[in-house]
Design a protein around this ligand. Structure first.
Ligand SMILES: Cc1ncc(C[n+]2csc(CCOP(=O)(O)OP(=O)(O)O)c2C)c(N)n1
Ligand SMILES: [Mg+2]
Length: 298
């Protein structure tokens, strides 16, 4: 008998620990609540522009929950669920939203979900520009830096020793060398900077995962107005950039795909791209409201 979608889900389900599923569900609800609180209090929360991850929660949590402290993450403005997944609290996110001095990322100097972080127990996050796609070259450069450390057999940066980094995680004796994750939207991928970075990633076989969250929108322009193909088709032009296409609204397959891909990158040290289709459920940002440009809200 053919395997149904439900059978498949049950099988995947059984491979993901229950504690992870419960945590993911809790954080999905948290992300939704945060959006609703911001919306309800727009007169305060929209003083500074912000975006939220509504619709993108499943893929983002599948990612955030699997990163380790020795990893590097370049999260873009829509990635608040990735941040929740790595352990940033709603209170900390709100400190940044309101541009408060105690904002852990920049002391209130950059706008919402423009994180930068150097905490012992979380992935390291470089500061990034508000110009979309500009994170892709420097983040690819981080992967090049890690490769350099490995070639010269010197410790990775920001860790007490490379040995400690490799063994951090679940204490199962496995090695976990760092991976670099660069997150971006389907609009940003059309930028020239991104092509430059992909060329270098495949040429040098860098340990990086590009996570493309494809919601079909580039502010108010729809996919068919800005590009001739999606990220997976585009990636085919970069020989050696292995690609997976997934439903980013399905936590089970997102989690399993990310687990598989990160596992390969940790061992084989080569680049991957995950193309995740997701719905955009909220406004582009608090300043660009969906009712102004969406024709598909029904
Ligand atoms: C270089 C640059 N061009 C244009 C913009 C204006 N801009 C801000 S967000 C955005 C849309 C990006 O769409 P996408 O990458 O798909 O991310 P999404 O918001 O859909 O998650 C644009 C065009 C910008 N910030 N930087
Ligand atoms: Mg988009």
């Amino acid at each position: 008998m053919a395997e149904t979608k439900n059978d498949k889900k049950k099988k995947i389900n059984s491979m993901i620990p229950e504690s992870i599923l419960l945590r993911a569900f809790e954080l999905m609800c948290t992300a939704k609540s945060l959006t609703e609180i911001y919306e309800k209090n727009a007169q305060f929360t929209s003083k500074y522009v912000h975006a939220t991850s509504r619709g993108h929660e499943a893929i983002q949590l599948a990612m955030g929950l699997q990163l380790k402290p020795q990893d590097w993450l370049s999260a873009y403005y829509r990635d608040d669920s990735i941040l929740l997944g790595i352990g940033i609290t709603p209170y900390e996110l709100m400190l940044q939203l309101m541009a408060k001095r105690d904002d852990p990322f920049s002391g209130g100097r950059t706008y919402y979900s423009h994180p930068s972080l150097r905490r012992e127990d979380m992935p390291k996050i470089p500061h990034q520009s508000s110009a979309t796609g500009m994170q892709v070259i420097p983040t690819t450069g981080i992967a090049m830096g890690l490769q350099y450390c490995e070639k010269l057999n010197i410790p990775y940066p920001y860790l007490s020793s490379s040995n400690e980094a490799e063994n951090r995680g679940n204490g199962d004796g496995e090695k976990y060398p760092p991976v670099v994750v660069c997150s971006l939207g389907d609009g940003a991928i059309t930028e020239g900077e991104v092509s430059e970075a992909f060329q270098m990633a495949v040429l040098r076989k860098l340990p990086i995962l590009y996570l493309v969250q494809d919601n079909g929108w580039d502010i108010s322009a729809s996919a068919d107005e800005v590009r001739a193909q999606d990220a997976a088709a585009f990636a085919k032009g970069f020989i050696g950039l292995e690609t997976r296409s997934i439903d980013g609204a399905d936590f089970f397959s997102s989690y399993e795909t990310i687990k598989e891909v990160i596992g390969i990158i940790r061992k084989e040290r080569r680049p991957f791209l995950i193309h995740a289709k997701v719905p955009l459920l909220n406004h582009h940002t608090s300043g660009v409201r969906k009712e102004w440009y969406r024709e598909d809200l029904e």
